[in-house]
Design a binder for this molecule. Structure first.
Ligand code: AMP
Ligand code: GLY
Length: 433
């Protein structure tokens, strides 16, 4: 099987490593990739949003399957575009309509309401409904949760204590603070609980779960400060016992997969459920139509079955050949923890091009049997072969062990081997369990 993977972050390095380690993988291309994915296959300088160029490349190289890391190509309709060219390979992921689960918060909320999936109460307002929205906010209980409807690079959610500030932000969103993403604003009930993420693969009829994960979104220790893409992750979630996972399957995952089929939405890919557990009951905060970053770097190293056959089965609707429907993918015992190494200043302005010192060949994670894996995210090799920083989140170090404490020790030990100017990492990932 010849595979084309799209994306260039730490998630994609983890996916590339898992795909390339599958016995069925003849060749792996990553577009555009990073130095880590280059060690798993060949990087190609193609834009993940240039569907025509990607299809031409797939024809030239005989690509059999396309795997999409980030949401943008899915929300832009890559599955539909490839579906229209008879010679194009299958793409793992939802069609454009189904990708609205991530692409539009108002769509996702209406989907959940229609299918009885537990979520925070909400009202959605368009620019034409500005006055109703302001009146609603004047009487809403605080804190107030405001969400720009569309993709806003993780910045479109505001949680505000002050009603007047919420009204001003609401108006700013409708006035284009997040561009088109704010043409509609969702005002949501605040949920007080603990967060976790669950990932499913679905072939449109059935699903299977990957290990659960918790990601650490804020930049500062103790989960304080600005939101980031994620500064670390652990897997599985210590409080996600069999009872809670059974409720998550029954109330959230199964109704979502059934709801998609009922609505005629083509969804054959990863489903990311961002959950809040309130008094033991799971509610959906958000759907994403892809895997999480950095959760993927913690979750995939726990898999005890090859990833590529599972991905191959999704577009063909053959998942039940490989896994028990509604069950779990095979996982190894123990835990994994991932610590992100960021450039100081991230998620605001930060510098690039700092030389990265570390193990002789940090371009490839250790073999799957090893306890620590180093994934590349924002890195590049310069003309002289020196590895340099090239983004806010630079690398992700994953440790594995018989329990979370052991996994964290391994992750920290791996992170200690890497060094660059203004390196910043959180020291409290996974603490408190
Ligand atoms: P999202 O971009 O939807 O993942 O939201 C970003 C973060 O905002 C989430 O990870 C939560 O921590 C928080 N959040 C979103 N919605 C709510 C809510 N209804 N109640 C409390 N916190 C929320
Ligand atoms: N780590 C959060 C996300 O990938 O959306």
């Amino acid at each position: 099987m010849i595979v084309l993977l799209l994306g260039s972050g730490g998630r994609e390095h983890a996916l590339a490593h898992a795909i390339a380690s599958s016995s069925d993988c003849e060749k792996l291309f990553t577009a555009p990739g990073n130095p880590g994915t280059a060690a798993c296959g060949r990087n190609v300088a193609l834009d993940p949003l240039d569907f025509e160029a990607l299809m031409d490349f797939c024809e030239e190289e005989g690509v059999d399957l396309v795997v999409v890391g980030p949401e943008a190509p899915l929300v832009a309709g890559i599955v539909d575009a490839f579906g229209e060219r008879p010679t194009a390979p299958a793409v793992v992921g939802p069609g454009k309509d189904a990708a609205q689960l991530e692409g539009s918060k108002a769509f996702a909320k209406a989907f959940m309401a229609r299918h009885g999936i537990p979520t925070a109460g909400y009202k959605a307002f368009t620019a034409a409904e500005r006055e109703e929205g302001l009146a609603h906010l004047a009487a809403a209980p605080t804190p107030i949760v405001l969400k720009a409807d569309g993709l806003a690079a993780g910045k479109g959610v505001l949680i505000l204590e002050d009603r007047a500030e919420a009204q001003a932000e609401f108006a700013a969103m409708l006035d284009g603070k997040f561009g088109d993403a704010g043409h509609q604003v969702v005002v949501e009930q605040f949920l007080d609980g603990v967060e976790m993420s669950v990932f499913a693969v679905s072939d449109g009829e059935t699903y299977a779960l990957l290990p659960s994960s918790k990601d650490y979104k804020r930049i500062g220790e103790g989960d304080t400060g600005l939101n980031t893409g994620g500064m670390g992750a652990i897997s599985p979630v210590p409080y996600a016992d069999t009872d809670l996972m059974a409720r998550i399957r029954e109330r959230i995952v199964a109704p979502t997969v059934r709801g998609l089929a009922k609505d005629g939405l083509d969804y054959r890919g990863f489903i990311y459920f961002g959950l809040m557990i309130v008094d033991g009951e799971p509610l959906v905060i958000e759907y994403n139509c892809r895997m999480g970053d950095p959760e993927t770097q913690a979750v995939l190293p726990l898999l005890d079955q090859e990833l590529l056959p599972v991905l191959e089965a999704l577009p063909d609707g053959r998942l039940d050949d490989l896994v028990e429907p509604g069950g779990d993918l095979a996982v190894r015992p123990g835990a994994a923890a991932t610590i992100v190494l960021a450039s100081g200043g991230y998620p605001e302005a930060y510098s690039k091009d700092k030389a990265i010192e570390g193990p002789a060949d940090p371009a490839s994670p250790a073999s799957p049997a090893d306890a620590a894996l180093i994934y590349h995210a924002g890195t590049r090799l310069d003309g002289e072969g020196i590895l340099r920083t090239n983004g806010g989140r630079v690398m992700a170090c994953t440790g594995r062990g018989p329990n979370l404490a052991a996994a964290l020790d391994q992750a920290n030990a791996a992170a200690d081997t890497l060094c660059f100017e203004k390196l910043y990492r959180r020291s409290d990932i996974g603490s408190g369990f």
